[in-house]
Design a binder for this molecule. Structure first.
Ligand code: SAM
Length: 213
């Protein structure tokens, strides 16, 4: 899907995704103390970027859909406002920079980030591999790379998600994408069951969590 197609998908006032962070983002990162700079590639409407910023990360969210980023900025402003009404002292603005860019051309600064997140970016391998490789290179010493997506097994055994096999992946695909995983400790590389409200079947997600050094 190109950016115009994503813009059209994000055009309505309703959120396409939830306002809440992804279940695996929370599961993998809730215990991680905010460590500085986080990069959310394919941020969409910003649900994960906003959750990270609320926890104290300085976040950069990148997407090629202007409509998605506009909704992300509105959601972030609403969240900051709500925090203000709840009576927290001091500034309540969230530290998020929204970047409008195509990930096929965008190269994050190597080694700059303490956390890089790629969540449900479903591209063919020839496009995905350089993006995952650049995402890994952007992680600084001690930092994390978290890649989440619809697993290939979801087609047969899960529910929802893309039906085009070429844009699905396995945890092993993500490890193979990286320009050598030796620089990373593998914290998780699994296919996980995600409960889907209203469905008797779970969705199957590939979740790869790595730490550099
Ligand atoms: C399924 S959404 C996931 C959004 C977000 N990560 C989340 O989990 O809520 C996929 C996102 O990838 C973005 N995307 C797809 N291809 C892209 C590309 N080449 N460059 C930048 N963003 C892209 C789309 O605009 C869309 O917002």
């Amino acid at each position: 899907m190109d950016s115009a197609t994503w813009d059209a998908r994000y055009a309505g006032s309703e959120l396409v995704w939830s306002a809440e962070p992804n279940i695996w983002v929370v599961a993998e990162l809730a215990e991680r103390a905010p460590a500085g700079q986080a990069l959310d590639l394919a941020t969409g409407e910003g649900r994960n970027a906003i959750w990270l910023a609320q926890r104290g990360w300085q976040v950069t969210g990148v997407d090629f859909s202007r409509a998605g980023l506009d909704k992300a900025a509105r959601l972030a402003a609403g969240r900051a406002g709500r925090a203000g009404r709840a009576g927290r002292a001091g500034s309540v603005s969230l530290d998020i920079t929204w970047v409008h860019a195509d990930l096929l051309a965008y190269v994050p600064e190597p080694g700059r980030f303490d956390l890089v997140l790629v969540c449900y970016l479903q591209l063919v391998a020839a496009e995905r591999t350089p993006i995952i490789r650049a995402a890994g290179a952007a992680v600084g010493p001690g930092g994390d790379l978290l890649v989440i997506g619809h697993d290939l097994a979801n087609l047969e055994h899960g529910v929802g998600g893309p039906t085009e096999p070429a844009v699905l992946f396995t945890p092993a695909d993500i490890l193979a994408d990286l320009d050598g995983v030796d620089a990373f400790r593998v914290l998780r590389a699994d296919t996980l069951h995600r409960p889907v409200p209203g469905s008797s079947r779970d969705a199957l997600d590939a979740v790869v969590h790595l730490r550099r050094g």
